[in-house]
Write a protein that binds this ligand. Structure first.
Ligand SMILES: Cc1cc2nc3c(=O)[nH]c(=O)nc-3n(C[C@H](O)[C@H](O)[C@H](O)COP(=O)(O)OP(=O)(O)OC[C@H]3O[C@@H](n4cnc5c(N)ncnc54)[C@H](O)[C@@H]3O)c2cc1C
Length: 537
């Protein structure tokens, strides 16, 4: 095999890219090069599920992006970290496993994305997971990503789910993934108490194949395009400039910020953006870097009874040692979770059939609400009731400002520019308060400490949302799928409009947020790109 020419080149070994490269190499017939800018996944804290806090603090395997000051968020720059390591964001995420609400995918199909309705996606969710709960009709048993349902160690998850039901907000169900509605214990992508990221699920096995080459520390700077066909990529590997050629196709899986960035650096995108950045225009595509969507995560924090808060265990060296020992010997307990233990997908009002809000309980309280820096639990026993509106309508953007591939793209969040969004977030905060005051939750919670009871009016709560609303870690949509090239970046088979041999397979292609956490659907997109290619679609 010629070392610098491959059949397929996949850029980015994250959720989408790892799945795509593994499946493209499965038959053994084609050579595949997987280029990852970050290091190998060897950090102990990425293995331990609760190590996610340490991972985010250390920034050894993440890249820290910040938005421009957002006028609707008190001019704050919102922190949007991404995984920068083999496994990508699946190596640093909260491991919450969710398929998404069927209605959202059906809307994708109705809005110019044929083949992306829930009936088209559900077989892929089944194919990628291995879960021993739920029903055969909706859940997979033999896929590469192992899913584990949380087993409560105290009364908090039951109190949370029962109070949601008693408050008349949504039912308690066996499996929230069955139809993206109702509440149940959290499902994590963990295997034997260890994070099951896409490195473990796909690449450990796939990289044993002689036809798959994974190069880490390989930062791709642009796609090489000749006569509107992608023929390879230009990268820096260990500080040296290298070009790799693709006989068949290049697949970009750099994630929601870096895939549009790579298109623009390669001369594909908006005329005005490329002119300002000094990049010659090869192919005009209006929607590159537009349509950026993100949930606004908003927490209420409570002083709670000591037995349901993990603050003291995680906040002291002695407590950490105890929990660490429990994890080492049993692979169970708080360390085998990301500290969120139950969640529910609920409608805005009880008469509605579709979920519009996600509610979750985290058995920790931290004053730094998902900002950069140290994440230290409060010194008192505390828990967090967090929420986000699952279908935000506001849109931001992600564009290059220069031709330098190592510079961050410029990110505009533009939260709450659509009026519905702040009102839905407000409704979610009020729901969390109702849950806190209902039945079993009321018996476990003592006092709301953030924002606290003084924040009573809608104006107070809206001010709190603007002052503290944070990332849900789900930015996406910047290379959206669509049949009309003036309204999208890739077609429903994930081919970049107007360029041969170039596809995108990551969170950037979603036309709207998949109504939930976004890892499962990002992996499904990676699986699907390989399937489209193999079927000649
Ligand atoms: C902190 C955090 C917590 C989260 N929690 C959850 C959760 O609990 N549940 C859930 O479902 N979702 C969660 N998410 C979201 C989910 O993990 C992501 O949506 C998903 O992983 C995105 O997949 P992707 O393929 O688009 O990108 P990524 O997985 O981010 O992969 C992109 C990869 O491309 C590489 N790359 C980028 N540019 C280049 C380049 N130029 N050259 C070479 N390589 C490049 C990056 O290093 C990275 O490895 C979380 C995300 C984060 C960051």
């Amino acid at each position: 095999m010629n070392t610098d020419t491959y059949d397929y080149i996949v850029v980015g070994a994250g959720s989408g890219g790892a799945a795509a490269a593994a499946r493209l190499s499965e038959s053994g017939k084609h050579s595949v090069l997987l280029l990852e800018a970050g290091p190998p996944d060897k950090n102990i804290w990425t293995r331990i599920p609760l190590g996610v806090a340490k991972v985010l603090e250390q920034a050894k395997v993440t890249r820290s992006f910040f938005t421009e000051p957002d006028p609707n968020m008190d001019n704050r720059k919102i922190y949007w970290p991404r995984g920068w390591v083999v496994g990508g964001s699946s190596t640093v995420n909260g491991m919450i496993w969710v398929h998404g609400t069927p209605r959202e995918y059906d809307l994708w199909a109705e809005d110019g994305c044929p083949g992306w309705a829930y009936k088209d996606l559900q077989p892929w969710f089944k194919k990628i997971e291995s879960f021993q709960g739920g029903d055969d009709a909706t859940r997979g048993r033999k896929g590469p990503v192992t899913i584990t349902e949380y087993k409560p160690v105290d009364g908090m998850p039951d109190a949370f789910l029962d109070s949601i039901q008693q408050a008349g907000i949504a039912p308690r169900v066996k499996d929230y993934n069955a139809r993206g509605f109702g509440g149940s214990y959290l499902q994590f992508n963990t295997r034997n108490g260890v994070r099951c990221n896409t490195r473990m699920a796909y690449l450990d096995e796939a990289t044993q194949r002689p036809n798959l080459t994974l190069l880490t520390g390989a930062m791709v700077g642009r796609v090489v395009i000749e006569n509107k066909r992608a023929v390879g990529v230009a990268a820096k590997v260990d500080g040296k400039d290298v070009q790799f050629k693709a006989r068949r196709e290049v697949i970009l899986s750099g994630g929601a910020f870096n895939s549009p960035q790579l298109l623009e650096l390669s001369g594909i995108g908006r005329r005005d953006v490329l002119a300002a950045a000094g990049v010659p225009l090869l192919h005009e595509l209006q929607m590159v870097g537009e349509n950026l969507s993100e949930h606004v995560y908003s927490p209420l924090m409570y002083r709670s009874r000591a037995e349901v808060s993990w603050n003291s265990g995680l906040g002291s060296p002695m407590g950490q040692a105890k929990l660490g020992l429990q994890w080492l010997t049993t692979r169970k307990g708080p360390m085998a979770t990301s500290s969120i233990t139950a969640q529910a997908f609920v409608p805005l009002t009880p008469d509605r059939k579709d979920a519009e809000i996600k509610l979750q309980v985290q058995q920790l309280s931290i004053s730094n609400n998902r900002g950069a820096g140290k994440l230290k639990p409060d010194t008192f026993p505390g828990v967090t009731l967090a929420s986000f509106q699952i279908r935000p309508r506001s849109r931001g953007s992600c564009h290059i400002a220069s031709s330098n591939p190592t510079a961050d793209p410029i990110l505009f969040s533009r939260h709450f520019t659509h009026d519905d969004d702040i009102h839905h977030c407000l409704t979610a905060l009020r729901m969390s308060r109702r849950i806190a005051e209902t039945g079993p939750m009321a018996r476990l919670l003592e006092e709301e400490v953030r924002p606290g009871g003084k924040a009573a009016s809608d104006e107070d709560l809206i001010a709190y949302l603007r002052a503290t609303g944070a990332t849900a870690w789900h930015p996406l949509g910047t290379c959206r799928i669509g049949s009309d090239a003036s309204q999208s970046v890739v077609d429903p088979q994930l081919r970049v409009h107007g360029i041969q041999g170039l596809r995108i397979a990551d969170a950037s292609v979603m036309p709207t947020i998949a109504s939930t956490n976004t890892n499962a659907i990002s992996i499904a997109i990676g699986e699907r790109v390989a399937d489209f290619i193999q079927r000649g679609a």
